[in-house]
Design a protein around this ligand. Structure first.
Ligand code: FPP
Length: 252
């Protein structure tokens, strides 16, 4: 069985793809958004447990106004178009990040869909919108400090306070568009993620490349700091705790 359960994608390259065809960057986002449904469907067909897509970062607020508003409206369009399919396929939908600047109508569509799907046990589909990984960690720590003044926070307590803790650690992070950076995406969750950088610009990404990346990465040996291939971070943590007890070390 593949150890890849949670895939995160940085859907990069829309602007360059459009500009290289003498179109506006906005056109690249429109074309890019049309690929998203295919990839969600493929993730579901392949039996992935979670898919997290980077649709708008905290840094993206500095983009030209029409680009920002286009991204807002593409999110809304996607949700209206896919709502029935998300419900039919029992997909649990979430948006992580600060989307309080989105038009109120879009915010209501998001909260309504989150609410409708919160008990679904299918694919956990998360859009990161107005999202930054550092911001998420700071938010988690502040929430803890407020509830537990003067206490130290540990990894489990921080993990529980992330925006979508149920999605868990990322097993594979894919970035399209040729750049090799993480760009403030899921910093905590990607601690042990396999990384895959594709030269393909997002509007040309497709199901078959997605499937082939998953096949390639499923064959990589994941050791999580251990000396042998191991199935999960949980498993390696258990062995580490047992060893620490044997060595007389406390909880680290
Ligand atoms: C990066 O491309 C991509 C984004 C900032 C947004 C990604 C958004 C989509 C794929 C469309 C939104 C769809 C939905 C359903 C919300 P870039 O503009 O940074 O490309 P560049 O690196 O070539 O400039």
């Amino acid at each position: 069985m593949s150890t890849i359960k949670h895939v995160a994608i940085i859907m990069d390259g829309n602007g360059r793809w459009a500009q290289s065809r003498a179109h506006t960057r906005v056109w690249g986002h429109i074309r890019g958004s049309s690929i998203v449904s295919d990839i969600v469907e493929e993730a579901d067909d392949l039996g992935l447990k979670a898919l997290t897509l980077y649709a708008f970062s905290t840094e993206n607020w500095s983009r030209p106004f029409n680009e920002v508003t286009t991204l807002f409206s593409l999110l809304k369009k996607f949700l209206l178009k896919e709502k029935e399919r998300i419900i039919k396929n029992r997909i649990r939908f979430r948006v992580i990040g600060d989307y309080s600047n989105l038009p109120e109508g879009t915010q209501s569509i998001i909260t309504e869909l989150e609410d409708l799907t919160k008990d679904f046990k299918g694919l956990k589909l998360t859009f990161a919108f107005g999202y930054g990984g550092r911001n998420e960690i700071v938010h988690a720590v502040n929430q803890y400090i407020q509830a537990n003044p003067g206490q130290k926070i540990d990894e489990a307590q921080l993990g529980e306070r992330l925006f979508a803790p149920e999605a868990g650690d990322v097993d594979l992070l894919i970035r399209t568009g040729g750049d090799q950076r993480i760009s403030n995406f899921l910093l905590w969750q990607c601690a042990y993620a396999e990384l895959y950088f594709s030269e393909t610009k997002w509007p040309e990404f497709n199901r078959s490349e997605f499937r082939s990346i998953l096949e390639t990465c499923a064959n990589r040996e994941r050791r999580f700091g251990n000396v042998k291939a191991i199935a999960s971070l949980d498993e390696t943590s258990k062995v580490a705790q047992t060893n620490k007890k044997k060595f007389g070390l406390g909880r680290v």
